[in-house]
Design a protein around this ligand. Structure first.
Ligand code: UDX
Length: 469
């Protein structure tokens, strides 16, 4: 089928490249000419495993192109997918400005044409948005009616950064919310090659499924972090072992030992970040409050996540016997491994917390693209006292402690024994439980999250059951 992808951010680009890979003809539309030029020349503007190759293949096969000219793009297509961002507004709601601007332009481009065209919303929007604001905008600007020569659908994405291509190609499910049967059929045809359950439903259910899915995963993370926070005050307990015990519940791990996906999120850490969970939970809560619905669970999930950086800073404080004037290295700024995305980066939030407690903070990330964006992000947040370096040795030199904030495999492969020799106090707080299982190293203290720190700065600390130093 011929599909226009409106908005070439991470969701739009992955969707376009994957649909082209499946043989559909894709036009990617973006108002940013530099982005269009990059895509057209086969340059992938974001860091996502497998995406550069898919883009190149799509271009080479003539199944993918990019343009800023929305009208001509739509002219050759049967489906327009709205994939523009829905950033947070100040009150926590999603800012619909970019989405409605795209809907207006699509509507205008459809005016004067006679053939059937489906507009599918892929952007994450609260229930009712597609059926009211998007519908009205398109109908008003196109002069068409949904159910006549206009189809309207809501088709949420369930992509996780770093594994987005696999998530798309081997989807767990495809959700098609549709306002009309013809629109629904067009989307069913688009996903014809998919070997997974396809749930067709109303626009509002499709919108709510996306928020429900994110809220569920975020709830699991905050649950694990609440347990971790309790363990950090309860000597003799270890959150990771406790989670392993919980994972063995037959509802989470089958008798043959295969873990179900939920266990991926039932692990303590320094909290969730990224472009989806923080923003979508806020928007979902704002929506629920606005209609007078209860939000206690969402409140708790958000609050638990918000306090996590302060909990981690507190743990480091207890471990080091104070943070004021301490030189602390924060390792990892990308919100998760496999991406250069710094949106709602837990590493940056933690760095800010440490700075506020009087520490001298230096940050490192092994991905140059992530580090390149970091100085802008720090400047925007008035955090220019935090220093950045791509050299781990520089960041660790003379440091009184380090915190691993992103589970980059790179940090697992560091020769920590040698690195420790350069530190003033060789204490690593393992915020992602990345180093567990590494043999204890003499002279190095590794403190996993989810374990209580000794009350006073120790001369030696038991790690992984061994006494070191
Ligand atoms: C998420 C969902 O996984 C995806 O289905 C949805 O479509 C969009 O939001 P993403 O934000 O890319 O995807 O990443 P994810 O791997 O879910 O991680 C989100 C955040 O949670 C990261 O900051 C990650 O470090 C954190 N996380 C994840 C934890 O803190 N603990 C965990 O156990 C898992």
């Amino acid at each position: 089928m011929r599909v226009a992808i409106i908005g070439t951010g991470y969701v739009g680009l992955v969707t376009g490249a994957c649909l082209a890979h499946l043989g559909h003809t894709i036009v990617c539309v973006d108002s940013n000419p530099a982005r269009v030029a990059a895509i057209e020349s086969g340059e992938c503007p974001i860091h996502e495993d497998g995406l550069p190759q898919l883009l190149k293949d799509g271009l080479r096969r003539g199944l993918l192109r990019a343009t800023s000219d929305l009208e001509s793009a739509i002219d050759s297509c049967e489906i327009s997918m709205l994939c523009v961002g829905t950033p947070s507004a100040d009150d926590g709601s999603a800012d619909l400005g970019p989405l409605l601007a795209a809907a207006r332009q699509v509507g205008e481009a459809l005016r004067g044409r006679k053939d059937f065209h489906v507009v599918a919303v892929k952007s994450t929007v609260v229930p009712g948005t597609t059926d009211t604001l998007v519908r009205e905008t398109i109908e008003h600007n196109s002069g068409r009616r949904v159910g006549d020569t206009l189809g309207l659908a809501m088709n949420p994405e369930f992509l996780s950064q770093g594994s987005a291509i696999r998530d798309f190609m081997e989807a767990d499910r495809v959700i098609i919310g549709a306002a009309d049967l013809r629109g629904q059929r067009a989307l069913e045809d688009l996903y014809d090659a998919f070997d997974c359950p396809i749930l067709t439903t109303s626009l509002r259910n499709a919108e709510m499924i996306k928020y429900g899915a994110n809220a569920l995963q975020a709830t699991l993370i905050s649950f694990a972090n609440q347990i971790a926070g309790i363990c950090e005050h309860a000597p003799g307990t270890d959150e990771a072992v406790i989670m392993t015990g919980l994972h063995l519940d037959r509802n989470l791990t089958a008798r043959d030992g295969a873990p179900c996906g939920a266990t991926k999120f039932l692990r303590g850490g320094i909290g969730f970040g990224g472009s989806c969970f923080p923003k979508d939970l806020e928007a979902f809560r704002h929506f629920a409050r606005g209609i007078g619905a209860p939000t206690e669970m969402l409140d708790a999930v958000i609050a638990t996540n918000r306090r996590r950086p302060a909990d981690i800073a507190g743990l480091l404080d207890r471990l080091l016997g104070g943070l004021n004037g301490a030189r602390i290295a924060v390792l990892g700024l990308a919100f998760k491994p496999g991406t250069d995305d710094l949106r709602c980066s837990p590493g940056i939030t933690l760095a800010a917390e440490l700075l506020a407690r009087g520490a001298e903070v230096r940050c490192h990330d092994p991905l140059p693209a992530a580090l390149a964006q970091a100085s802008d992000v720090l400047a925007q947040r008035n955090l220019t006292d935090i220093t950045l370096s791509d050299r781990l040795d520089q960041v660790l030199a003379d440091a009184d402690g380090a915190v691993i904030a992103t589970a980059w495999p790179y940090y697992r492969d560091v020769d920590w024994r040698r690195a420790a020799l350069t530190m003033a106090a060789p204490v690593i707080l393992d915020g992602r439980d990345l180093l567990r299982g590494l043999p204890p190293q003499a002279g190095l203290v590794i403190q996993p999250i989810g374990i209580a720190a000794p009350a006073n700065r120790p001369s030696h600390i038991a790690t992984n059951g061994e006494t070191i130093r």
